[in-house]
Design a protein around this ligand. Structure first.
Ligand code: URA
Length: 236
């Protein structure tokens, strides 16, 4: 790979910025300064240092973010803060979110540059389960469990696929319920729309699991960490 492409891929700067960095002698390849941007390197065996610090090349990167409210799942947004702003100090080049959570939804969000993993997790044919914890208006009961199981007409051309509704708590005084719902699709505002057609509104929504992977309870809202290999396996 060309040295300038490698450095740009590593998020050091744009292609023209890294050319300047190389020219200034700030890059070392195997302990020797290199000022030639065209130079070919082997990203797996050569030791490349920027300002004296070795760069670690990783083809695939996987992050778990506990998304807080108020952030959008977009690489750029003129109005709102994006989830990428929370990945402080990381190389953002090539990263995207695996699916989207609404601006007011919290919880488990995977961020990666691995298109295959993203496709596997989102593909309707794979039926990967996504579980949400929610507060809703109204009293959920067995009839709602049944409706979710049978599929709901939320205004799309097809009913929603069978979803598992678990009622955790109902509060007749405030006319509210706390529930968990597991769906296998990822339609736009799906959970909110499902409750809406059942005459209830979602007032709080948090994704807590994807596949067999459960959101790490020790990860505070707004914080991220790398995914471990065993966690990656659990996802698909
Ligand atoms: N369903 C919703 O309505 N919103 C989300 O963010 C995720 C699922």
């Amino acid at each position: 790979m060309r040295l300038d492409k490698y450095l740009a891929d590593m998020g050091i700067g744009t292609r023209s910025q890294v050319k300047q960095i190389i020219k200034k002698g700030m890059i070392q390849i195997n302990n020797a300064i290199c000022t030639n941007a065209d130079c070919k390197i082997n990203e797996n065996t050569d030791i490349i240092c920027y300002n004296g610090k070795p760069l670690i090349y990783e083809e695939s990167r996987y992050y778990l973010l506990n998304k807080p409210m108020g952030y959008v799942c977009a690489n750029k947004d003129n109005l709102h803060k994006t989830v990428f702003e929370l990945l402080k100090g990381e190389n953002l080049k090539g990263l995207f979110t695996v699916g989207r959570l609404d601006i007011d939804t919290e919880g488990l969000l995977i961020i990666t540059n691995d298109g295959k993993l993203s496709h596997d997790l989102l593909s309707p044919s794979k039926h990967i389960e996504k579980t949400y914890y929610a507060h809703i208006t109204g009293i959920a009961d067995a009839s709602h469990i049944d409706l979710c199981q049978k599929g709901l007409d939320i205004g799309d051309d097809k009913l929603t696929k069978p979803a598992r509704l678990v009622i955790l708590e109902t509060n007749p005084m405030s006319n509210t319920s706390k529930i968990e719902i597991t769906i296998t699709e990822g339609r736009y505002h799906q959970v909110k729309r499902m409750f809406h057609v059942m005459g209830m509104e979602v007032t709080y929504l948090k994704r807590i699991a994807m596949g067999n992977f459960v959101l790490d309870a020790s990860l505070p809202s707004g914080q991220f960490r790398r995914l471990h290999d065993d966690e990656l396996k659990k996802l698909t």
